[in-house]
Design a protein around this ligand. Structure first.
Ligand SMILES: C[S@@+](CC[C@H](N)C(=O)[O-])C[C@H]1O[C@@H](n2cnc3c(N)ncnc32)[C@H](O)[C@@H]1O
Length: 274
């Protein structure tokens, strides 16, 4: 039966089995998030109990990929939290301008909307040609969509508003071409983006990056995993490098906080101390 009796132990055993069989490690994700998504999948797939689900997962890789999709929330948008991007233009861009070349790591980039937003700002600020953006996620389907850069034209109205609220002065439609019900992002925005599969739990550091954006990803991790991933970011940044988190994510409760200077408290922008 699927209810509150689906115990923590059963869920832990299921996650343990998925990790050992497929290498996907959800063991330190937030318990509430995992529980919600697993129970949802059990209902959708008609499993009577968690052991039935586990048997299916271990015998059928497609079900495991489905679970990965279920546990990976890919909600995103262009210029999400416009105030954050305004602060990016005002506080972060001037620092990036001091470097002869720029490496940016966009971790947990989902379907790429935030990456294209960043590429637009860099182009407007005359920095794009000397920048490489490494955009990573562990969700292969999301990455495929990100790389295509094709989005529904219905979302463009909202994205146009976000763009202008973030300080954008151009006509937003110059960054894409329309194609029936979709828009395709310009090739000039894509050319310096390297899309790559990277799992924040099991993969290693990116060397010497100037800026890391990892927004709305760590909220799904438990405290100890958040600390581990923060160490990964710290090790990846150059001295003076900048870390940007999501509006519900804070560094102040993390062990590594003392190694950073707060650049913008409201928009969660931090600078690694020299
Ligand atoms: C809610 S989206 C955030 C997208 C974007 N950063 C934003 O703020 O709009 C969370 C993303 O984190 C990714 N993610 C979750 N766990 C991950 C992991 N262990 N390694 C890499 N990406 C992960 C998910 O696949 C998903 O695309």
């Amino acid at each position: 039966m699927i209810d509150q009796n689906t115990s923590e132990l059963e869920i832990s055993l299921l996650l343990e089995a998925v990790y050992h069989k497929y290498g996907y490690d959800f063991r330190q994700y937030s318990k509430a998030h995992i529980r919600r998504r697993i129970i949802n999948r059990m209902i959708l797939s008609g499993f009577e109990d968690i052991s039935q689900m586990q048997t299916k997962l271990l015998r059928d890789e497609i079900s495991a990929v489905q679970l990965l999709q279920d546990l990976s929330i890919t909600v995103t948008e262009m210029f999400r939290d416009p105030g954050f991007y305004k602060s990016m233009r005002e506080n972060v861009i001037p620092v990036l301008k001091t470097y002869p070349f720029i490496k940016i790591w966009h971790a947990g980039c989902s379907t790429g909307e935030e990456v294209y937003s960043m590429a637009i700002i860099l182009q407007e600020e005359g920095l794009y040609d000397r920048t490489t953006i490494y955009a990573t996620d562990f969700n292969q389907q999301a990455l495929k969509r990100a790389k295509e850069g094709i989005f529904s034209d219905k979302t463009m109205k909202e994205y146009t508003v976000n763009y202008h609220l973030s300080g954008g002065k151009e006509s937003f439609s110059r960054y894409y071409t329309s194609d029936y019900d979709n828009v395709i992002m310009n090739q000039t925005l894509k050319k310096n983006i390297v899309w790559a599969n990277h799992n924040l739990v099991t993969d290693s550091v990116f060397a010497e990056v100037h800026l890391i954006l990892c927004r709305n990803v760590l909220i799904y991790f438990d405290k100890s995993l958040q600390n581990k991933v923060q160490n990964l970011f710290y090790d990846s940044l150059i001295n003076g490098g900048i870390l940007c988190l999501g509006s519900k994510e804070n560094l102040s409760s993390m062990d590594i906080f003392k190694e950073y200077k707060v650049m913008d408290k409201k928009h969660r922008i931090f600078k690694k101390k020299y």
